[in-house]
Design a protein around this ligand. Structure first.
Ligand code: PLP
Length: 425
C-alpha cells in the first residue's frame, strides 16, 4: 500500500524505510527489461490510420474554382483548403497561407525573412542588430528555443502561469529593452503545460508598449483543435486583438495538420495581417513557384468542411484521451499525497508536464533510462537549463495504452526513489 504522509514530514526511520522500499521496487523494475519511450509527441499509428483516405485522394485534378492542382502557381495555397482552416483557426482565408508539410519550417522562414530583410513594417533586418533577444515562456517547446538560438538570438526565459506567459514579467521586459524583438507563445494547450491563453491575456500581449517597434509574437497554434475533453477551448484571437490595439503586424500565427492528418505529409498554415501575408509571400516567392496543391486538394476532399475536421478530431480524442487518463491514474496512484510531484491534467494537446522534487528531474530521467524507459532529457523545455531541475515532459500519445501504463508506473517508481534519496541524503 502507498503511504500518503508527505516525505518531508516523515521521521528519519520512516524515510529510511521508504527509501529501502523505493530501492527494492526500482531493482524489480530494472529486472523487467523494459524498452519504452515517452519522449516525442508523435501521433500513434492508429491515429495516422484515421487519415488513410489520403492514399486514394485527390480524385480530381482541379479544385472548386477550376485550378489545376498539377500545375505551377497558387503561392498562397489552395483557396478551398484555406476556407476550411480559416474557419477553424478564426482567420479570414485571405489572411491565411497554406504551405508545405511543416509549420516549424514556416517559423524558420519568418525568422530568416526578419533576419535578412526586416519585418513587414520596413524595420531594419534583425541580422543587422548587434543583439537580438527573444522571450521564451518556460517550460515551453524545445524546438522553438533551438531555432531562435540557432540564429544567435539570445533566448530569455519568462515564467509560465496557469493563464499563459507571466505578463507582468513580459510587459516589464519589453517596455525597457529594444533588443527584445519578439516572443514565442503556444496559445492553446501549450507544449508541455497544456495552458490555454485567454482573450484577456491576448489583449494585453497585443496592446503592451514595446521598446522594439517591430516586436513580433510567433503565435504557434499547433494544438488549436486538439481537445481532450468536451470543453473545446476556442483559441484567443491575437491577430484581431493586435489590429484593434494598433499593432496589426505584431502577430504571426502558425498551425498545421501534422496531428490532424499525417505528421509527415500534412499541411502547414501561416496567418497574419494583410501586410504580414504579402510580406511573407513576397519573400517566399523568391524561391518558390507554389506549394503542393495536390496535397492541399486531397486534404479538402478528405475532410470536406470544417465540421469534417472537427469530427475527425473527435476520433483522435477517442484514441488518445485514455492514454492521458492512464498517465494521471498512475501518477495519482503512486505519488499523490507524498509532496514530491505535481503534474498537469491537460484539456488538450499532446503533453503532460510533471514537476518533481527540485533537484531530482535529471536523476529521475537517468534512473528511468537505466530501467529502459526513455524520457525527454532534463531541462529540454527550458532555453538553456531548467533552473530548478524539476520539470519532466511526458508524451503519452505514441505508445500503445498498455505501454503507457507500464512506462508511467516505472516513472513513478523513479520519482519516488529520487525523492527519497534526496531527502534521506
Ligand atoms: N509547434 C509545437 C508547439 C509543437 O509541439 C510541434 C510538434 O511537436 C510543432 C510545432 C511541429 O509542427 P509541424 O509538424 O507543423 O512542423
Amino acid at each position: 500500500s502507498v503511504p500518503t504522509t508527505p516525505l518531508s514530514q516523515m521521521s528519519p526511520d520512516e524515510l529510511t524505510a521508504f527509501l529501502d522500499a523505493a530501492r527494492s521496487s526500482y531493482d524489480d523494475l530494472t529486472r523487467r527489461g523494459l524498452s519504452l519511450d515517452l519522449t516525442r509527441g508523435k501521433p500513434a499509428p492508429e491515429q495516422l490510420d484515421l487519415a488513410d483516405g489520403l492514399m486514394s485522394l485527390p480524385t480530381t485534378t482541379t479544385d472548386s474554382t477550376g485550378t489545376d492542382v498539377r500545375n505551377y502557381g497558387g503561392l498562397q495555397g489552395l483557396g478551398d483548403l484555406r476556407d476550411i482552416f480559416g474557419e477553424l483557426l478564426g482567420v479570414h482565408a485571405d489572411r491565411l497561407v497554406a504551405g508545405g508539410t511543416s509549420s516549424l519550417v514556416m517559423m524558420r522562414d519568418v525568422l530568416v525573412d526578419l533576419w535578412l530583410k526586416g519585418g513587414p513594417g520596413g524595420g531594419r533586418p534583425w541580422g543587422a542588430e548587434e543583439t537580438v533577444k527573444f522571450l521564451c515562456p518556460s517550460p515551453g517547446y524545445d524546438r522553438h528555443f533551438t531555432l531562435t538560438s540557432w540564429f544567435g538570438i539570445e533566448n530569455v526565459p519568462v515564467p509560465m502561469t496557469d493563464e499563459g506567459p507571466d505578463l507582468d514579467a513580459v510587459e516589464a521586459l519589453v517596455a525597457e529593452d529594444p533588443t527584445i524583438k519578439g516572443m514565442w507563445v503556444v496559445p492553446t494547450y501549450a507544449n508541455p503545460t497544456g495552458t490555454v491563453v485567454s482573450d484577456a491575456v491576448a489583449a494585453r500581449l497585443a496592446a503592451m508598449p514595446t521598446a522594439a517597434d517591430d516586436f513580433t509574437i510567433l503565435w504557434d497554434n499547433a494544438y488549436a483543435l486538439h481537445h481532450l475533453t468536451d470543453t473545446e477551448h476556442r483559441s484567443a484571437d491575437l491577430i484581431g486583438a493586435c489590429a484593434e490595439a494598433g499593432h496589426p503586424d505584431r502577430a504571426v500565427m502558425f498551425a498545421s495538420t501534422s496531428k490532424i492528418s499525417w505528421a509527415g505529409a500534412g499541411v502547414a498554415f501561416l496567418a497574419g495581417s494583410e501586410a504580414t501575408v504579402s510580406w511573407y509571400l513576397h519573400h517566399l516567392g523568391q524561391g518558390s513557384i507554389g506549394p503542393d496543391k495536390a496535397n492541399h486538394l486531397r486534404h479538402v476532399q478528405l475532410f470536406g468542411s470544417a465540421d469534417g475536421v472537427r469530427e475527425h478530431m473527435a476520433k483522435h480524442r477517442a484514441l488518445i484521451a485514455p492514454k492521458f487518463a492512464a498517465v494521471d491514474k498512475a501518477l495519482t496512484h503512486s505519488l499523490a499525497g507524498l509532496g514530491i510531484a505535481e503534474w498537469t491534467r491537460p484539456k488538450g494537446g499532446y503533453f503532460v508536464s510533471l514537476d518533481v522534487l527540485p533537484g531530482t528531474a535529471s536523476r529521475v530521467i537517468s534512473l528511468a533510462k537505466d530501467a529502459g524507459v526513455a524520457l525527454t532529457p532534463a531541462g529540454s523545455a527550458f532555453p538553456g537549463a531548467d533552473p530548478e531541475d524539476r520539470n519532466i515532459r511526458l508524451a503519452p500519445t505514441f505508445p500503445p495504452l498498455d505501454s503507457v501504463v507500464e512506462a508511467m508506473e516505472a516513472v513513478a517508481t523513479c520519482v519516488r526513489l529520487a525523492a527519497a534519496e534526496k531527502l534521506a541524503g
